[in-house]
Design a protein around this ligand. Structure first.
Ligand code: HEC
Length: 114
């Protein structure tokens, strides 16, 4: 699915909306990410022996920044159900203002592995 999404040209996506976050946006994004427990379902990089933390019920975000396109992730986070309708998977739809979604996305895009 990820490879498909990476190359997908989708009218719902506005290219170039995401920029790398400011330090304030990244800090806010990290806080929101924790508050909404995104790591409960998605592997998330961490400074521990394994190099990640969290659950595996969904895709790993460990190398998010290299794997997925920022504009796509932003659009997905705004309304996940637009993308995985009736997949049966439970995807929380955080009802957050767009700028908070932006901050979460900017934070997630910092997840990269060498
Ligand atoms: C209750 C479990 C759960 C939680 C908590 C959760 N997600 Fe997900 N997420 C999913 C599932 C299930 C999918 C669909 C995966 C698939 O299609 O293979 C998904 C997919 C995604 C994707 C698409 C990425 C990809 O690789 O396909 C993004 C981006 C995403 N979630 C962001 C978030 C964010 C941001 C949060 C926190 C606000 C979050 N998720 C919290 C279950 C969860």
């Amino acid at each position: 699915m990820a490879d498909f999404l990476r190359t997908l040209k989708d009218a719902r996506i506005t290219e170039g909306v995401m920029k790398s976050g400011t330090p304030e946006e990244l800090a806010r994004g990290e806080q929101l990410y924790r508050e909404h427990a995104c790591q409960n379902c998605h592997w998330t990089p961490a400074e521990n022996r394994r190099g990640y933390t969290g659950g595996t019920s969904s895709t790993s975000f460990v190398n998010m920044g290299n794997r997925l396109q920022a504009d796509w992730v932003y659009r997905f986070n705004l309304n996940p159900n637009d993308f995985v309708p009736e997949s049966g998977a439970y995807i929380p739809n955080p009802s957050l203002p767009d700028e908070d979604i932006y901050a979460i996305t900017a934070y997630m895009m910092t997840f990269t592995q060498p």
